[in-house]
Design a protein around this ligand. Structure first.
Ligand code: MSP
Length: 524
């Protein structure tokens, strides 16, 4: 494991208000960032907003405000949402930040000096919402944008091009030598088959038909095309090319693991052009681009214009931030497409949080209060069943770490949920109430001690997702600051004498019918 970790979300377009789809990506990155910090890895977590381009300029015009006023307002809403979602980003980059603009201009100039850029004419099919040109084959007979499905129009324009062929051999070599560069691996095959094999065109990197963009210093008729501008955020935020580049040296250095998490819709830009730009300016490649799936709402693509979006804010108000974070992390595998429906949400919260984790904590704290006056008993001469739970706990920690380090966070949490299931089953099998009746106090103590141990371990492993609940569990089990340390996941049954309190249920069981109606009323 490298000793530094740099993780980024895409920078979001402030052309629409933040919805649960945006929250999905930020939450997954937040979980990974919190996990790495918990493991003692020096971590930098970046998110932000992508504020230039024709679409933003048009939106501002429609609203009768300046583009800057428009992006200021929406970018503040993104920040507000991240606070509510407990996103622990270290910085929030805006492409209108002065330091970002300077970096992009520097990158353009370097590529220009290299001879990687030339002035040409673009003719093709243009999709305004996606700000992308497409070829005849890509738009097909219906002339629809291959990304968003909306109609495209014929357009021609003088622009600067980036020569992609020069860096293609290096890129393919990097793909081959780094099988985990693009994961899930099907995404890599898609890039090769859809974009590279048919012949990769040069990329247009400037525009002349609008001016809400970073000016090209070499030619004042041009502003940067949004993708060159946007991708540079990952290095501008760290101070690349400025006098203040300590963060850059630290988190873009060889001993830093660099991970970009992106939605499936923008894989091409991150896995083909971004590595080429980096090569052009002589910087190292990211270690991984993890492509997550898209979340739909009730089976339909989320879209503000179709009135088909849901904001996480009212969900957080009613169910707490952990319920929302948990649903996003656990409902479908990170890397696959997923679905949000009110029923799935309520059922997921009930199944994992109320009935499983919450119930286990509740039962165990109640029994320790009743049988041992609220103190974790000693673990002495445990039987085979206790040893099995101990062994399963140990294996779960190992499995969880391997999966988390490989960015497979849903699967890592699956492993923890299996342990929770096993612990609940263990209560049924070991029948503490009978041990109490028959006066087998030593064995009853072992059962409670091993349960307390597994619960505390699970709370730690779940803490990157359950940011409010895990600390509550630590309090219920009277953990000292020392015992809260992550290293304790590998110490077994060391909580003897800890004072346990019975709290309120961590997650009240939801009435699925009532909650479904409530959530349904929020989709607008
Ligand atoms: N601004 C560009 C990205 C530039 S990165 C250098 C952009 N912005 S976006 O706002 O349209 O989307 C950014 C990301 O938001 C997606 O890649 C994805 O991570 C996330 N999502 C937006 N809608 C989503 C869903 N419905 N579901 C899951 N994630 C979604 O593209």
């Amino acid at each position: 494991m490298k000793n530094k970790f740099y993780i980024t979300t895409p920078i979001y377009y402030p052309s629409a208000e933040a919805h649960i789809g945006h929250a999905y990506c930020s939450t997954m990155c937040d979980i990974l960032a919190r996990y790495k910090r918990m493991r003692g890895v020096e971590t930098y977590f970046l998110t932000g907003t992508d504020e230039h381009g024709e679409k933003i300029q048009k939106k501002a015009l429609e609203k009768g405000v300046t583009p800057q006023q428009y992006v200021d307002e929406i970018s503040a809403k993104f920040k507000h949402l991240w606070k509510a979602m407990k996103i622990s980003n270290d910085d929030f980059i805006r492409t209108t930040d002065e330091k970002h603009i300077k970096t992009v201009q520097k990158v353009f100039s370097k590529l220009y000096e290299n001879g990687d850029i030339y002035l040409g004419k673009y003719e093709g099919w243009y999709c305004t919402p996606c700000e992308s040109f497409w070829t005849d084959t890509q738009v097909g007979e219906d002339h629809l944008c291959p990304d968003c499905g909306r109609p495209v129009h014929r357009d021609t324009e003088e622009c600067y091009f980036f020569k992609t062929q020069k860096y293609l051999p290096d890129l393919l070599k990097y793909f081959d030598e780094n099988p985990k560069f693009i994961t899930p691996v099907a995404r890599k095959n898609e890039m090769v088959n859809t974009f590279i094999k048919p012949g990769l065109a040069d990329l247009s990197i400037s525009r002349t038909t609008f001016d809400w963009g970073v000016p090209v210093l070499e030619n004042n008729k041009h502003v940067m095309y949004v993708w060159l501008d946007a991708l540079c955020n990952y290095i501008s935020a760290l101070g690349y090319g400025s006098d203040n580049d300590e963060l850059f040296k630290k988190f873009w250095g060889e001993d830093s693991e660099i991970v970009h998490v992106v939605g499936a819709d923008i894989t091409r830009f991150h896995t083909i052009y971004w590595p080429m730009f980096l090569k052009g300016i002589n910087l190292r490649m990211p270690d991984r681009v993890f492509v997550h799936g898209l979340l739909d709402l009730n089976g339909e693509k989320m879209s503000k214009s179709k009135g088909n979006v849901v904001s996480p804010l009212p969900l957080i108000d009613r169910y707490g931030v952990d319920a929302v974070r948990w649903f996003l992390a656990k409902e479908f595998s990170f890397g696959s497409d997923g679905r949000f429906t009110p029923e799935l949400f309520a059922e997921r919260v009930n199944m994992d949080l109320a009935n499983n984790f919450g119930n286990l904590v509740n039962r165990t704290t109640a029994m320790i209060s009743k049988y041992f006056e609220g103190k974790v008993p000693a673990y002495k001469n445990p039987g085979q069943k206790e040893k099995d739970i101990e062994e399963l706990t140990r294996k779960t920690v190992q499995k969880y770490e391997l999966l988390m380090d490989d960015l497979q966070l849903t699967e890592a949490f699956d492993a923890v949920v299996e342990l929770l299931n096993a612990a609940n089953k263990y209560i049924e099998e070991s029948k503490p109430w009978e041990l109490s009746k028959s006066g087998n106090i030593e064995q009853l103590g072992n059962v409670m001690a091993v349960l307390a141990n597994s619960i505390i371990t699970c709370a730690k492993l779940l803490s990157p997702a359950l940011v409010e609940t895990a600390p509550k569990v630590f309090v219920l089990f009277g953990l000292s600051k020392e015992q809260e340390k992550y290293e304790y996941v590998n110490k077994f049954c060391v909580y003897e004498g800890n004072v346990v309190t019975r709290g309120e249920p961590l997650f009240p069981r939801l009435d699925v019918k009532v909650e479904t109606e409530f959530i349904q009323s929020l989709t607008a």
